[in-house]
Design a protein around this ligand. Structure first.
Ligand code: NAG
Ligand code: NAG
Length: 209
């Protein structure tokens, strides 16, 4: 009498386990929606989907900001799709800066592993929280708030940033304001800057109009 019950129990456990979805590795062939990518066929998933090796080398900091942000978001690191987290490497050459920016979709933790970084964020009430971080220090930036990172002096600084989303998004305020095609007259109105200043910033940041 007991045996069929025990058997049924084990069948139930096996069935339940089979129904658990352990992961949803991004199917990069499909579109990305608000909930992320759809899942790759589990039969096609390999360990490579769960490993990211793109941080071995420093990012290329030969650019206008002397800095490089190398993302390992779902698009670069399919294994994080659906898991509510991701990571990026930050390289700041001497004089480097990641200008004021936001991640609309995630809070961020920054861990400095080399050099010093002056960093902070501005709250919705326009309060400023700024600090010089050294190796080993961590700062958290609440979701959606404007923040920045500047090399604190001396040699190249390196940090890793983890995010509370596999797709945090990134909007750099300077590029949003001036690296666009919005007519200069409107940019002048919205920024309180004069025509010469707006034209100069549009030229530097790749805007037009
Ligand atoms: C991945 O799965 C599809 C079926 O969904 C199959 O046609 C394809 O051959 C698989 N690709 C690899 C690389 O295994
Ligand atoms: C870094 O970027 C600059 C500017 O795009 C480019 O000229 C240079 O070749 C790059 N260096 C490396 C090592 O890729």
């Amino acid at each position: 009498m007991l045996k069929p019950i025990v058997l049924s129990f084990f069948l139930l456990v096996i069935t339940c386990n089979a129904a658990v979805q352990d992961f949803c590795v991004a199917d990069l062939m499909g579109p990305e929606g608000p909930a992320g990518y759809s899942c790759k066929n589990p039969a096609n998933v390999t360990v490579a989907d769960f490993v990211f090796t793109g941080f071995r080398a420093a990012g290329n900091t030969t650019n206008i900001i002397n800095a490089a942000v190398s993302p390992a978001f779902a698009a670069q690191f399919p294994g994080v799709n659906g898991l509510g987290l991701s990571i990026a490497r930050l390289d700041l050459a001497p004089g480097g800066v990641v200008p004021m920016h936001t991640h609309p979709g995630a809070s961020e933790l920054l861990l400095v592993v080399q050099g010093t970084i002056v960093t902070g964020f501005i709250s919705s009430a326009n309060n400023v929280y700024v600090k010089k971080l050294v190796k080993g220090d961590v700062m958290v930036y609440p979701q959606g708030l404007l923040h920045f990172q500047i090399n604190g002096g001396g040699r190249t600084a390196v940090a890793f940033a983890s995010f509370s989303s596999p797709n945090p998004g990134l909007q750099i305020t300077d590029f949003a304001l001036f690296g666009n095609t919005l007519p200069s007259a409107l940019v002048e109105k919205t920024t309180f800057l004069d025509d010469a200043q707006v034209k100069k910033l549009k030229a530097v940041l790749g805007g037009s109009g």
